[in-house]
Design a protein around this ligand. Structure first.
Ligand SMILES: Nc1ncnc2c1ncn2[C@@H]1O[C@H](COP(=O)(O)OP(=O)(O)OP(=O)(O)O)[C@@H](O)[C@H]1O
Ligand SMILES: [Mg+2]
Length: 581
């Protein structure tokens, strides 16, 4: 079967089908009872007029009318309660799946989509689909019952008047048709412009430091102003269309009333129509016009929902580039041996990593260094399978990492990335991010290891200090050390530190790494650093250049050899001396 625009959305439907159907069932009595009150009024008016009904009769009908109103109210409540509830649950499942799917994608998979855009899809687009499947279908079903019943009742009472009444009905349908196109166009335009605006707002808020540093607040403000203006324009167009159409609809309603008065009044004089039935016509006109208008809304809703579902499908159709193998190898006792065999990788046509081979025994320490852009971070991502390495190139304990269950791999190979990200939570929550099993004592222990404990004690609330969005209240070095503490807290058998101490001075970096090495005896460590001084404790150091290993050996060995490593060491020594002056 070919996938339609709502194929995915409808797959969330069976879960809420029962509730939704109950709501739909409520529509039948509610909508049919709409006609009972006008019928009673007409009956009473005629009865009183020709003297066949007296006080008791009137009171009886009044009580009946009240009962019916109560039943109708209960039905309306049930209808909204069930249908809105079903649509909200549908929305939650849809959005949860979207989030779940996003979580499986790697940054590389969503590289072409912006954060603000992904957010607006998860909010506005899911809502658009919900509106159609919930309230939208509810109104249409109501209309489907009310409009034909109205026509039938009217035709029974006075066929001629009903025929004449078709004129305003057709007029109304025409208006709805005419405005549907422009309404759809401009409501899609507002949808898009809101999404654009949220992208710009989100990027400017996140990048506020850059904006301030370059003093480009003016430029940002003017971009924002321009987008605001274009959103305003789209909204104004929409308001104009809605204003004109609602004025036209009111005019048509009044025109319909005039027709009833004219033709109906004439029929009353001729004795074809009773006064009560004339009244009934007025009331039915009111009843039947609104569902017709709702169909107009529904057309707009449908198009918005279709666009929304399509935008959501674009994200759902992205397949995670890193996927668990279909037959993962269960591997329980991780020793922590890490190996790369002739590992090559390229982001695009040019190779980024070329023919890397090494083996770190359990408990060993591998150092990696090299100029900026030589491929260190890329290598780290491959070793931790944050990016898929080619089959048969990266092994943990002799197992190809592509064959290991993903959650197990993530649990056992920890990475502290180069660009730290902290959540807007407390310091303690950030450090204990890896799981609930990490308790207060452990948090403190790893904070001490990462030499961030003293900094934290200096905060007003200590470990309960709330970090601003992305930890803006911390210095770069504090942030990095907090991130290291987070990496250590989970205590993985293999830990990879990707130049994550670049913002602290070289002496502190060395001190941190030294204590780490001592406490992590038995743990395998890969330490990436652009500072050679940090690598003196590694069992083996790989020096990379343009994606290749150009030198390898121990720190002392490499310094003596007088190659790239030695020249980096010499330059960094001089820099340190100058700094110390
Ligand atoms: N996600 C990516 N998509 C495409 N190209 C990338 C991506 N990440 C890195 N590259 C490219 O790969 C090359 C190596 O980058 P990488 O980040 O691995 O270098 P690095 O050695 O970690 O540098 P640094 O010392 O500055 O951290 C660079 O030319 C970079 O442009
Ligand atoms: Mg890097």
């Amino acid at each position: 079967m070919k996938a339609g625009p709502f194929t995915r959305a409808l797959s969330y439907f069976p879960a809420v089908r029962k509730r939704w159907l109950k709501g739909m069932l409520c529509i039948i009595p509610t909508s049919s009872l709409e006609f009972v009150l006008p019928l009673i009024v007409a009956h009473v008016v005629d009865g009183v007029r020709d003297g066949t009904m007296h006080t008791t009769g009137v009171i009886g009908w009044m009580v009946a009318a009240m009962g019916i109103t109560l039943v109708k109210g209960a039905g309306k409540f049930g209808m909204r309660w069930y249908i809105t509830g079903a649509s909200r649950e549908f929305e939650r499942n849809y959005r949860q799946d979207y989030f779940h799917h996003l979580m499986q994608l790697t940054p590389r998979d969503v590289a072409q989509l912006r954060t603000g855009d992904l957010m607006s899809r998860s909010i506005a687009d899911v809502e658009a689909v919900r509106m159609m499947l919930g309230p939208g279908l509810m109104y249409v079903s109501q209309a489907a019952i009310v409009v034909p019943s109205a026509l039938v009742i009217m035709a029974i009472i006075d066929p001629t008047l009903t025929l004449v009444m078709l004129i305003p009905f057709i007029g109304l349908a025409t208006i709805i048709r005419v405005v549907a196109g422009p309404t759809q166009h401009w409501s899609e335009a507002t949808q898009e412009r809101i999404a654009e605006l949220s992208v710009v707002a989100q990027e400017n808020f996140s990048g506020v430091r850059v904006v301030k540093a370059f003093a480009t607040e003016g430029v940002s403000a003017s971009i924002f102003r321009r987008m605001g203006r274009s959103l305003l324009e789209a909204n104004m167009r929409l308001a104009t269309i809605r204003g004109v159409s609602s004025a036209a609809i009111t005019a048509i309603k009044d025109f319909g009333a005039l027709i009833i008065l004219l033709v109906g009044g004439w029929h009353v004089v001729q004795g074809i129509l009773s006064v009560g039935d004339l009244l009934l016509f007025f009331m039915i006109l009111n009843l039947a016009l609104w569902p017709l208008i709702a169909i107009g809304w529904m057309i707009g809703m449908y198009h918005r929902a279709k666009a929304g579902a399509r935008r959501l499908d674009e994200v759902f159709d992205l397949t995670p580039s890193v996927q668990q193998s279909e037959m993962p190898v269960q591997h329980d006792a991780f020793r922590g041996e890490l190996e790369a065999r002739h590992l090559s990788f390229s982001w695009d046509e040019l190779p980024t990593i070329q023919d890397i081979t090494f083996k770190v025994p359990p408990g060993g320490t591998l150092g990696i260094t090299g100029r900026t852009g030589c491929g260190k971070t890329t290598l780290v991502q491959l070793l931790a399978r944050l990016v898929d390495p080619p089959p048969g190139t990266v092994f943990v304990d002799g197992h190809d990492i592509r064959d290991l269950p993903l959650d197990q791999l993530r649990e056992h190979v920890g990475v502290v990335p180069q660009d730290t990200f902290l959540f807007s939570e407390t310091v303690a929550q950030n450090i204990a991010f890896a799981g609930e099993h990490i308790d207060v004592d452990r948090v403190r222990e790893v904070a001490e290891l990462a030499k961030v404990h003293d900094d934290i004690m200096g905060f007003k609330n200590g470990y309960d200090e709330l970090l601003g969005e992305r930890g803006v209240t911390l210095s770069g070095g504090q942030r990095q050390r907090t991130a290291i503490a987070r990496g250590l807290a989970a205590d993985p058998p293999v830990i990879i530190l990707d130049d994550c101490l670049s913002a602290v001075d070289s002496v502190t970096e060395q001190a941190i790494l030294r204590t780490l090495r001592e406490t992590l005896a038995g743990r395998t460590a890969v330490i990436v650093s652009h500072r050679v001084s940090a690598l003196s404790l590694a069992d083996e150091v790989l020096v990379m250049d343009e994606g290749r290993i150009v030198e390898r050996g121990t720190h002392d060995n490499l310094v003596q050899r007088g190659g790239l490593y030695a020249s980096l060491a010499e330059r960094q020594r001089l820099e340190a001396e100058i700094e110390a002056l």
